[in-house]
Ligand binder design. Structure first.
Ligand code: FHN
Length: 669
């Protein structure tokens, strides 16, 4: 019996449909423009821009306003009659994207409210039936063509307007009874509109599906929809939200940058420029040009694309704050774009001063060094670079920079001041494929021990020696050579480095191991199965401090979970689980806590895992030394909006974490 209840919105692309029996090489060719593009514009535009985020005095809404403000469909439809973006200028939009260095535009053809921003043949809930009448997608497609941009569509599977879409919003069942609704008839409508979009608007670069998470949409529909798109336009690229994570050409992390990228698969981070996708006139929380530009660099350095969102106003203009940021991005891309486009991820695990992107060409490799923190001493150290350097220069300059080698590092002499305080780029040409001496990886089941702990060190290259110390001093050519895992039985600091021909060539890695006494078991009796679960309602951005709060409900739970309504996670909810967890024997235990949104785990009052904050499903681990017996357990979790997830796994350090059996939990009656 597991403890895990994970929500939909999986970001995993595993096996996928292949209607054209495409080879890997053919797929790589189909996606080549997209991989080289690295930067695109997302546009969320619809009749929700009319209320501009405000409804009955509340101002936190945007494209979800009908759902979040519980606006009856009849009342919401009135926005169609008010939608008249007389200042809409497709050419201006496309030019702004082009001048910002963006290579594709993904615009909402239909968002969850079901409103069609094009002249739909299948619905009058469309722009053609507004005072404006014009098909803005048709005009934007032409403008994209003019500026050499790929035209792409965002199309929502979830539809809060079509009478055949199910499920209804829980709050509006009376207003919109489900009588007569036929989901398969809705799927036919959806497929008809997708067919129109992929037939009448020219070559489409990407069709970006969304709203696939509800229970009614399954791979039974998702895979055929993927096939339909690829059959209509064999070169179109389809994202992973066409189905529940089983299909699609690329992954779509949203509002965050995966810390180490998503190696081995195509991925694109989509992100708002402020806090809303659709226009909100009250949202002044605009990301700075520095943040946006460094996001471009960071994402490219991890091998991903950046889809940066604009929420146009109801008059057809971009918010001025967005226009300004597009200009700042364009100015930076004009100088540094060559270090972003058609590059691959950094060959370095990390760089103390910034990021790197890579481009192989012939017998050489260009390492673009994106320097956020300019060296005050005029020397930029590139750690662990094994290649012979052919040349170094600032992009945009023909002036050569001097460089020299210091052991495993290359040092470049740079000007006193940075050419660009946000990020300056150095073009480092090296001979051959990249050779990077990585700091050896020191690994062990945990960094705490109660008796002994096995330690392994890996340099990542057979050609290199690893030398290490356990007293915290830096290893040198006389330090002991690593040959096999060794055991520690106390508190030690291990330091290791890679050596080549007797010289250190890698950075030094370090890890401290601490011997601790296991926390004593609780002196309790009469415990009963399960945990007490207190549930609270509210809006949080971190796990609340439950002290003094009054729960909306309290019960005994056999397992961890989160509330759902109509197949969708409840939003604005927090839970506190309390009780005792069993440690079968003395030892160090690891806990892996996965959640969306934030969660925190305490054992015997110690914070063991802190996975707090607003985020999609992510796992964090922690370790604690426990004596055999029952130990006080408390877990806090909350869900802000959207998806949810909560999963806890446990194991003796060094063993594979596994879900906890229900018997592992008890509470005081
Ligand atoms: O619910 C949508 C949201 O409105 C927005 O379109 C984002 C952008 O990717 N996608 C969904 C939330 O994950």
């Amino acid at each position: 019996m597991g403890l895990a209840v994970l929500a939909a919105q999986a970001c995993a692309v595993s096996k996928q449909s292949n209607p054209l029996n495409e080879s890997k090489a053919q797929k790589d060719q189909r996606m080549r423009w997209w991989r080289e593009a690295r930067l695109g514009m997302f546009i969320h535009w619809g009749v929700y821009s009319v209320p501009a985020g405000e409804w009955k005095g509340k101002t936190g809404y945007a494209e979800w306003i009908r759902e979040e403000a519980h606006i009856p469909v009849g009342q919401y439809e009135k926005f169609r009659d008010q939608f008249n973006p007389v200042k809409f200028d497709a050419d201006a939009w496309a030019k702004m994207a082009h001048d910002a260095g963006m290579k594709y535009i993904v615009i909402t053809s239909k968002h969850h409210d079901g409103f069609n921003m094009f002249d739909s043949k299948y619905s009058d809930w469309s722009i053609s039936h507004t005072p404006f009448k014009r098909d803005v997608l048709k005009e934007l497609a032409a403008a994209c063509h003019k500026y050499g941009l790929k035209m792409c569509f965002y199309h929502s599977i979830m539809d809060w307007h079509h009478p055949d879409y199910l499920p209804r919003r829980s709050w509006e069942v009376a207003d919109r009874p489900v009588d007569g609704a036929d989901f398969d008839r809705y799927v036919k409508y959806l497929r008809n509109e997708v067919t129109q979009l992929l037939t009448d608007y020219g070559p489409i670069g990407v069709i970006w599906f969304d709203g696939q998470w509800e229970s009614t949409w399954t791979s039974k529909y998702g895979k055929p929809l993927y096939d339909l798109c690829r059959t209509l336009q064999p070169n179109v690229i389809v994202n992973n939200r066409v189905s529940k994570g089983e299909t699609g050409d690329f992954e779509t992390p949203e509002q965050y940058i995966p810390p180490t990228g998503l190696p081995g698969v195509a991925w694109e981070t989509c992100m708002t420029m402020n806090d809303h996708w659709g226009y909100n006139s009250h949202d002044t929380d605009w990301k700075s040009p520095e943040t946006l530009i460094r996001n471009i660099v960071d994402i490219a350095s991890k091998g991903g694309n950046y889809l940066l969102n604009i929420g146009p106003r109801s008059d057809g203009t971009f918010p001025p704050e967005a226009v300004e940021r597009l200009k700042d991005i364009g100015a930076w891309m004009h100088v540094n774009g060559d270090a972003i486009y058609d590059t691959t991820a950094s060959v370095f695990d990390s760089l103390p001063w910034g990021r790197s992107t890579t481009r192989r060409h012939g017998s050489r490799t260009t390492l673009f060094l994106h320097v956020f923190d300019w060296p005050a001493d005029g020397h930029l150290m590139v750690p662990g670079l094994g290649n012979d350097v052919a040349s170094a220069k600032l992009v945009g300059s023909s002036k050569a920079l001097r460089f020299h080698r210091e052991g495993g590092d290359v040092v470049i002499d740079v000007p006193e001041t940075s050419p660009d305080p946000i990020s300056s780029t150095i073009d480092l040409e090296v001979n051959g494929p990249p050779i990077v001496y990585r700091a050896p990886k020191i690994s062990a089941p945990s960094d705490i021990l109660v008796d002994t702990i096995p330690v392994t060190i890996d340099s990542g290259s057979q050609a290199l020696d690893v030398r290490y110390t356990i007293d915290g001093t830096d290893p040198n050519e006389t330090s002991r050579m690593y040959a096999a895992p060794f055991t520690l039985d106390g508190t030690f600091t291990v330091k290791a480095a890679a050596f080549h021909r007797g010289k250190r060539v890698s950075p030094i890695s370090s890890m401290t191991f601490t011997r601790v006494a296991p926390l004593p078991a609780a002196d309790v009796s009469g415990l009963q199965p399960g945990l007490t679960m207190d549930e609270y309602r509210g809006n949080w951005e971190t796990v609340p401090d439950f002290a003094g709060m009054t729960p909306k409900a309290s019960t005994v739970a056999a397992e961890l979970g989160f509330p759902q309504e109509a197949g969708k996670p409840v939003e604005g909810v927090a839970r506190r689980y309390s009780g005792y967890v069993s440690a079968p024997e003395d030892g160090v235990y690891q806990f892996q806590l996965t959640s969306d949104d934030g969660s925190r785990l305490w054992i015997d009052g110690e914070l063991v895992v802190d996975n707090d904050g607003l985020h999609s499903s992510q796992a964090k681990t922690g370790a604690i030394a426990l004596a055999k017996g029952w130990h006080r357990f408390q877990l806090g979790w909350f869900n802000g909006t959207g998806d949810a997830a909560l999963d806890l796994q446990m194991a003796k350090a060094g063993e594979k974490p596994a879900p906890l059996a229900a018997e592992a939990f008890k509470h005081e009656p």
